[in-house]
Design a protein around this ligand. Sequence first.
Ligand code: G4P
Length: 536
Amino acid sequence: MPSIADEISSRRTFAIISHPDAGKTTLTEKLLLYTGTIQSAGSVKGKSSAKHAVSDWMDIEKQRGISVTSSVLQFTYGGCCVNILDTPGHQDFSEDTYRTLMAADSAVMVIDGAKGVEAQTVKLFRVCALRGIPIFTFVNKLDRETRDPFELMEEIENVLGIGTCPMNWPIGNGKNFRGVFDRASRHVLAFEGDGRANASKKVNEIEAELGDPALDELIGAENHRNLMDDIELLDGAADEFDFDAVRAGKLSPVFFGSALTNFGVEPFLKDFLRLAPAPSAHTDALTGEPVEPETSAFSGFVFKIQANMDKNHRDRIAFVRICSGKFERGMDAWHMQGNRKIKLATGTAMMADDRATVDEAYAGDIVGLFDPGMFSIGDTVCSTSCRVQYAGIPTFAPEHFARVSQVDTLKRKQFVKGMEELAQEGAIQIFRELGAGMESVIVGVVGELQFEVLEQRLKSEYHVEVRRQPLGYTDIRWIANEPGQVDIKSLNLTRDTLRVEDMRGGKLLLFTSPWNVDWAFEHNPDLELSEFGNVT
Ligand code: G4P
């Protein structure tokens, strides 16, 4: 039987990030195909298919055919136990998408080869960069005309500020995409077929050495010539592979392929699992000491809370990223923030569409704990024999704002309770204008769908109808000065900048344009602003 240390060192826990439509879902599906988790591609939910909703815990999901919250896919392959954290990206983009990245040990960034680095990729990348986790790049859709790969590398470096190291290089492009050149082995991997006929099955690769006379025929004479030119350029100009820089999130290994036709998926998968990190130490915020995953007792933190997954039970599930040791269902544990002993009675894992009970899990895994309302985002649970507390999770800047008030003023109590509970759960952020009460609050969300979720939940769970007035704020900043250093009331700001307070008493400014943010800096030299709120 594998030891706890073996179990943990085999874990690869990562998230796939991308702008909508870059191919995240398709790549995920193809990873499942190549790892033998599914036998034939096409069975994973497509956006158009009704099966897309992971859970039917909310009518919104059914109506729109999307999943509102993220899930985890776990499978074993090549001696690794792989956890893919799903990061919703379309209309269902929300703060949960960001929070999920706090539970990942590495990230795969999928980029559409024709479009390059897009807006949502930048946002998600910045959260990964905040944590310094390794980021692997998969340039997708090479079966279509794409931009020049050298230009794409440059864009990644300039826009995202991370070095790039191509691990392989595309041979041809569009209909002419014939294979990849593996830079470490200096071998050509030529793909068999045109990819269209059998994209539901694995693609065959023919391996040939550079210089092999058969290459002209295998990949085409023109492709061969271009490849030789590209290699010369690459060897002279590209960053050297540096494992430490990859591990520190300073250098992104780049792979090329086409998730749709399966071309390049297997070379990526193999290298990725070889290079991706196993769980590493998290820092105990109480002592500043690292908590080693293999040698310490069980500990983890709540990164996401999902409500009402089962309509019949109206329960909440607190998703915990295990940081150290082994979880066993029914074990006694200590809830640090609640300062009390609890029984971890129900463990659930999301495996595709099913919620299965988990009996044991290890550092790197995600478990869903039954939550009668005691957990908040960022809370630590640990074995009763060890007391550690993790730093928590930052609050991410909302992008949409609305003033929300109750229609029936007699329902004030339910309104306040609902708003506070939903904010505590992390579904929305609420702000109060300085000096104002709770009769009308400003709600901030990362994805607009959260407004609908809010309205529906207030109605069904708290029986409160609300009025929503959209507000045109575009930028939000937390005041990051030491307490007492600046007086928010006497700041010199443009007239349309709003001064507000969050649930934890943090002071913030809401701006109507980036220009107003610059104005605030210019006219208040001591002012320090942050795009992330204090950790919870
Ligand atoms: P996402 O999860 O990042 O949003 O992207 P998703 O995989 O859903 O892919 C978005 C669209 O791009 C899909 O087409 C998908 O088939 C296509 N796609 C993904 N990878 C590739 C690729 O390597 N090459 C090409 N040519 N297309 C790719 P759709 O028509 O929007 O959806 P569907 O009806 O085919 O599901």
